[in-house]
Design a protein around this ligand. Structure first.
Ligand code: SAH
Length: 294
């Protein structure tokens, strides 16, 4: 294989795959994927290319907007540069207004619109207002981040279940509705969104609930972007280490032994030229190699 010329990628006109209807007045919630713009779905790209107006959040790679029509209107509805973010209700009202003006509205949201992204709230408000809605799922950060860190979300010998949690609720505190002792006891692998700020409190709760101090924790920052960083740590050390390394958000955090598979499968570092660690990551000795920033 080495030395052979790169093949030309085949380009297909997307409508040839699945021609989609985008009626006027429809609001189309589209998952943008986690970061790398090539992780947008084909359906999402096609919807963007048909929209009259695209309303998007922060955390969206601007290159995704290249899918727009030349005359499309772009509206930014997120937080940027410390300015206050528009309230959720204002965004929903704006979507209703645009729909009533007879526009085809693409509502582009990071990751998957229905995973910790308030897509449900927007959809509910729209449906209640009698506005037609369509939803295109996206690649969510909690799954993509693990894949890009070389960690299978499930692995037969390690875990048969996964729990997704958010690290804060609307008040900014750790979600009171989560039963932490039960989570600690019953969840084999825990994937956390928006958990950096409250990480110490979360790891303390998990330790108090009986999780092992040396349980592997993987923190994936800027997942799938070119500046992705991955910290291998443990439940006892995680909160101190994110402060010490001044890790950047956005970040997803994986608590669980499945992280150890990264020791062998860290394909991204391998492509970047780092040596592959030829070990069985599930051997007890492999754990001694766990730790550090990559
Ligand atoms: N709907 C989104 C999540 C929105 S909540 C999705 O499905 O991915 C925002 C949180 O998502 C961030 O605080 C972070 O925990 C996570 N996140 C989003 N993009 C990320 C990225 N590129 N890398 C790491 N975490 C990310």
């Amino acid at each position: 294989m080495i030395g052979r010329a790169m093949p030309e990628p085949r380009t297909l006109p997307i409508p040839a795959i699945d021609p989609l209807e985008f009626p006027t007045g429809l609001v189309w919630l589209i998952g943008a994927g986690p970061g790398d713009p090539s992780l947008l779905t084909l359906q999402g790209a096609q919807a963007l290319s048909l929209a009259d107006t695209i309303v998007h959040d922060s955390l969206i790679d601007e290159r995704l907007l290249d899918w727009r029509r030349d005359d499309a209107e772009i509206i930014f509805a997120g937080k940027r540069g410390g300015r206050p973010s528009p309230k959720q209700v204002d965004i929903s009202l704006q979507l209703i207004e645009l729909s009533k003006q007879g526009r085809r509205v693409a509502r582009l949201k990071g990751g998957d619109p229905f995973v910790f992204g308030r897509g449900g709230e927007e959809a509910l408000t729209l449906v209640r207002a009698g506005i037609p809605v369509r939803v295109t799922p996206g690649v969510t950060a909690g799954i993509a981040g693990l894949a890009y860190a070389g960690i299978p979300l499930t692995h037969r010998e390690v875990n048969q279940s996964v729990t997704f949690i958010t690290g804060h609720d609307h008040s900014g505190d750790t979600p009171g509705a989560i039963d932490w002792p039960m989570l600690a006891k019953g969840s084999q692998v825990i994937i956390m969104y928006m958990a950096i700020k409250n990480l110490r409190q979360i790891t303390d709760s998990l330790l108090a609930g009986g999780r092992h101090e040396r349980e592997p924790v993987t923190i994936i920052c800027n997942a799938t972007f070119s500046n992705q960083q991955v910290l291998e740590t443990t439940l006892a050390r995680a909160a101190d280490e994110i402060e010490a390394y001044r890790l950047e958000t956005p970040a997803v955090i994986c608590v669980g032994a499945t992280g150890l598979l990264r020791l062998a499968i860290d394909w991204k570092s391998a492509l970047d030229g780092k040596p592959i660690r030829h070990i069985n990551p599930l051997d007890s000795e492999a754990r001694s190699l766990w730790g550090g920033l990559g």
